[in-house]
Design a protein around this ligand. Sequence first.
Ligand SMILES: Cc1cc2nc3c(=O)[nH]c(=O)nc-3n(C[C@H](O)[C@H](O)[C@H](O)COP(=O)(O)O)c2cc1C
Length: 206
Amino acid sequence: MLDTSPSRTTMAGLADDLSLALDTAWGHLMRGAADRRSGFHTIGLGTTGLDGTPQLRTVVLRRTDREQRELFLHTDIRARKIPEILAKPEVGVLGYCQDSKTQLRLSGVATIHHDDGIARAAWERAQEMSRRCYRVPIAPGSAIERPTDEPEALPVPGDPNAGFEAFAVVRVTIHRLEWLYLAITGHRRARYEWRDGALTATWLVP
Ligand SMILES: Cc1cc2nc3c(=O)[nH]c(=O)nc-3n(C[C@H](O)[C@H](O)[C@H](O)COP(=O)(O)O)c2cc1C
């Protein structure tokens, strides 16, 4: 029986249209930032360790700006990823969404925003629960003798700015996007690259 559900017909069209596939990929990244139930709400961020080894961790995708090809993440300025990014700003981003059967594999250049306008605007938008993470007095990743159930944040009643000094925004400007869509009828894979503002796109063997 012919499946005429909207998602099926959309995917059928998308499967052979490079530009539509790119729209869909950015749509996933926009939704990932806006909807915590999206498979792209949490993504993998890859950096190069100071010892040259690959380093991966899960982070929340906070904002996507398609126009500028930018992704925004939040982190602690004391985190290990910060000196790694400063030493080598080239990063990888990976996401997979079970619902849409889509993998997105991105390459970009990361910039750290600390105690500037971008950090301030993101801090203003952050919920109190998120801000608390940045009030931990000891740097994340520090070795401790044993786990503690102490409140992870020192309460600073009435000071919404407490923790801001540890808060950082990582802005990733994307220059390569690889879209892989898994379908019973035939997988589809495409690569998009931006160089000097010009986009080149090509299908790849999945
Ligand atoms: C579901 C999930 C979401 C996470 N979100 C973030 C995040 O938005 N920012 C962040 O810095 N770490 C986040 N983490 C923790 C990181 O995976 C990582 O442990 C931490 O950032 C330290 O990494 P680093 O030592 O390489 O800097 C998250 C972990 C999980 C499991």
